[in-house]
Design a protein around this ligand. Structure first.
Ligand SMILES: *Cc1c(COP(=O)(O)O)cnc(C)c1O
Length: 376
């Protein structure tokens, strides 16, 4: 027998989360998650799931029938799009201007497809011109994949123009909206996005571990016309849909993460109550307030004005400042988490998140005061 560990219950402190996610969770969402677990085929739960679907459709601004939450984090949402839609041997134009575009490329290769990479510098948005050229010189391409809000750099790309280009070239668009959903303008139907995935723990301020996704009718058609089965059993949407839209005859696929779905329902309900456009505006206002303070402290943004994400502010660490020591102090003295640089920006930048419930005046004030004191 292995000796039983004798431990106290885990008691996390109350932090203020201003990194790249997870973000501060709405108190109402934490409360929703602790409600009684009921069966995932219970008629009351099924009713909740129908509401949840309409809430996800609202957040994405889509009437897509195939709209649901994958029972796993944003990375699984990404994989869901690639494994379901892309078949071996097909060509995908992948835009890479940070960490997550590179992950898209890896997904394409693992599917056995060919990735044609369009590179942009870290901190730049995806170049619409470069994508136009790639589409023109690769008539065999079936997809255009890009990240709307690149969390590794804080750059926002022009999803509307990119999706219009994809359509002109008969390509389906696959869009990463993990950080954009709820934080900046995003209109799936108006912009003609074919496959999109998001995450629960960024601007939705829900607990981590769920990924809202949506497929357009054209994407569903592509899925149905596959010659090869989807190689992932768990992520195969043709199987999952039997559960999400069984029209009264929902069948078992996997046990839904019941309490986490209560949480997502509540966070999306709060978003709908506030109004999507109001939420976008609030993120922008808090960004401007933070920007003013950061500039007073002499901190420089990584991304040019006009291309910046309000919800993810990447600033260069001033010369001579110890990155890890400052972040450690913020955590210990102020219970405040900001993000370290990732990939090419590791050690060079901080990433300050203003996501969802975290996009508030108190958070901006706390972050500015803490940074001012620590940089002094
Ligand atoms: C966070 C993030 C992901 C991955 O989401 P996980 O929930 O961490 O798996 C993917 N893309 C972008 C742009 C992200 O910010």
């Amino acid at each position: 027998m292995l000796a039983a560990p004798q431990l106290q219950a885990f008691n996390p402190p109350r932090r203020t989360l201003m990194g790249p996610g997870p973000s501060d969770v709405y108190p109402e969402v934490l409360a929703a998650q602790s409600k009684p677990t009921i069966g995932h085929l219970d008629p009351l739960f099924v009713g909740m799931m129908d509401e949840l679907k309409s809430l996800i459709q609202y957040a994405f601004q889509t009437q897509n029938e195939m709209t649901l939450a994958v029972s796993a984090p944003g990375s699984a949402g990404m994989e869901t799009c690639f494994v379901n839609l892309v078949e071996p041997g097909e060509t995908v134009i992948v835009c890479r201007n940070g960490v997550f575009g590179e992950r898209m490329r890896q997904n394409v290769e693992r599917v056995g497809a060919t990735a044609v990479v369009v590179d942009n510098e870290w901190g730049e948005p995806v170049s619409v011109d470069a994508v136009a050229k790639a589409l023109a010189s690769h008539p065999e391409a079936k997809f255009l994949a890009f990240v709307h809000a690149e969390t590794s750099t804080g750059a926002l790309s022009d999803a509307q123009s990119l999706c219009a280009l994809a359509k002109q070239h008969d390509c389906l668009s696959i869009v990463d909206a993990v950080t954009s959903l709820g934080g900046v303008e995003l209109r799936v139907d108006d912009w003609g996005i074919d496959a999109i995935y998001a995450g629960s723990q960024k601007c939705l301020s829900c607990v981590p571990g769920l990924s809202p996704v949506s497929f357009s009718p054209a994407a569903v058609e592509k899925l149905k016309a596959r010659k090869t089965p989807v190689q992932s059993w768990f992520l195969d949407q043709t199987l999952v849909m039997g559960y999400w839209s069984g029209e009264g005859k929902r069948s078992y696929h996997h046990t839904a993460p019941v309490n986490a779905l209560y949480a997502l329902h509540e966070s999306l309900r709060l978003l709908a109550e506030e109004g999507l456009e109001q939420a976008w505006q609030r993120h922008q206002q808090m960004h401007l307030l933070l920007r003013q303070g950061l500039e007073k402290l002499g901190l420089q943004f990584v991304v040019n004005e006009g291309d910046r994400l309000p919800q993810l502010n990447a600033v260069y660490i001033p010369d001579g400042v110890n990155d890890a020591a400052v972040r450690q102090q913020l955590l210990q003295k102020y219970n405040l988490e900001i993000g370290a640089g990732l990939g090419a920006l590791a050690g060079k930048a901080w990433r300050i998140g203003l996501m969802g419930y975290g996009a508030r005046r108190e958070n901006v004030a706390l972050c500015l005061r803490a940074l001012e004191e620590q940089l002094a």
